[in-house]
Design a protein around this ligand. Structure first.
Ligand code: CA2
Length: 142
């Protein structure tokens, strides 16, 4: 089982700013990812999207202490840039976590250059669009 967490505003994917985030919806990306995960021999995926910091912390804790979960992929959205609570939650769970950003946060506004959550993760992928989620899953299963 793999957990996929998407943070604030990612439910709007495909509706605005396609030049930055692409034209696919989060549901499109999640369906594409399900096939990619199945191709890697792992059938179970838990998807969570939340606009709320506390709900994301709870999702990390629940997935992170679920013995069936082999790893978590998280796109914390803008919380990556300032949420110590999400960083602490990532640091506190025994399962590996990989952070993903659709856009290259280093090529954007300066306030997006720093991720406070990435330092608690096994690794971080940014700028590769939806492929980043699949590569993150592959790394967690390998
Ligand atoms: O590149 C990413 O994946 C981000 O995590 C996306 C966040 C942003 O705050 C991070 O700096 C980088 C924002 C997601 C907002 O998504 C939207 C999608 C469609 C329309 C408007 C916002």
């Amino acid at each position: 089982m793999i957990g996929i967490i998407n943070g604030p505003n990612l439910n709007l994917l495909g509706k605005r700013e396609p030049e930055i985030y692409g034209s696919e919806s989060l549901e499109d990306i999640n369906n594409w990812l399900l096939d990619r995960v199945a191709a890697l021999g792992e059938s179970g995926v838990i998807f969570v999207q939340s606009n709320s910091e506390g709900e994301i912390v709870t999702a990390i804790q629940e997935m992170g202490y679920n013995p069936a979960v082999r790893g978590i992929v998280i796109n914390p959205g803008a919380y990556a840039h300032y949420s110590i609570a999400i960083r602490d939650a990532i640091a506190s769970v025994p399962v590996p976590v990989v952070e993903v950003h659709l856009s290259n946060i280093h090529a954007r506004e300066e306030f997006r250059h720093r991720s406070v959550t990435a330092g608690a993760c096994r690794g971080m992928i940014c700028g590769l669009g939806k492929l980043g989620y699949a590569l993150a899953v592959e790394s967690l299963l390998s």
